[in-house]
Design a protein around this ligand. Sequence first.
Ligand SMILES: Nc1ccn([C@@H]2O[C@H](COP(=O)(O)O)[C@@H](O)[C@H]2O)c(=O)n1
Ligand SMILES: O=P(O)(O)OC[C@H](O)CO
Length: 319
Amino acid sequence: MGYANGLLCPLGKQPLLSFGVISDVQYADIDDGSSFLGVPRYYRHSVSVLQRAVKKWNQEKPKFVLNFGDIVDGYCPKDQSMIAVKKIVDEFDKFNGTVYHMIGNHCLYNLPRKDLLPLLRIPGHDGHAYFDFSPIPEYRFVILDAYDISAIGWPEDHPNTLKALKVLQEKNPNSDKNSPSGLVGLARRFLMFNGGVGKDQLEWLDHVLQEATKLNQNVIVCCHLPLDPGASSLAALLWNYDEVMNVIHRYSCVKVCMGGHDHKGGQSVDSHGVHHRVLEAALECPPGTDSFGHIDAFDDRLLLFGTDRMKSTEMVFRH
Ligand SMILES: Nc1ccn([C@@H]2O[C@H](COP(=O)(O)O)[C@@H](O)[C@H]2O)c(=O)n1
Ligand SMILES: O=P(O)(O)OC[C@H](O)CO
């Protein structure tokens, strides 16, 4: 693998594993626009970022690629949703290896789970999108479903939709449940474009981390929504990030949590020494610029080698 973009020291040893990363492609065949807060969004250009990423990954040959979600944008005309999702999946499939997809809110604005999950080949069950895999004995990757409890994506009468609406009703008094107006501090996360991890998924996570501990594995937790206030805008956090982190903090096997959604990106190390890295969005790359990368995994650290907007990052594990 190449070493570039700020990280000078390849440690003089071979990584155990390399994998590609990208987040928030949010493609749509529409003119450029901007976020609610005025940040430019380049809906057509984002597919070029993905194409350059796949080209680079095919040269570098990482073992797999992680896509942190939101492959199409909510402004994609709804009669084009299926075509747009397939177009982006096809671009990912030009990578000569496995791509693991996460779902994001924008994916769910376009297609219900029953259509989306098969297209993304997500190996969940009962419409859920959480799973884990161990590409080498030393590492396990845990993919969380951030929209398990969510007002988007499930049928209107699904118990998880009803639970989500109750959360929003209790926590967000605004008539537009996407508006954080009047919400202060950590309460700003209770927005309809976020979601939560349900009880069954929390129990599953606990079980996976027990197993990983027995196997002496390093665990990387991946989730579209960020899990640490230090690495993200408060309005982008998983609703019950605290419950998820309470489970994670019971074990020392989790070394890094990675996410997307908060397009500017972020980084922190939490009170238990767990690294958090929120990836900069492909969607907000001005034409000609990029935001993707690859990560080399060693026994004691991850090294993220980013392109342009995606900052290279060294994450040395706690002992
Ligand atoms: N400060 C904010 C941010 C967002 N909203 C609402 O969320 C919608 C999606 O936001 P984007 O950043 O993805 O454009 C937006 O249309 C607003 O309804 C808000 O109210 N206040
Ligand atoms: O990807 P969006 O459009 O849901 O935007 C998410 C916000 O950036 C979170 O702060």
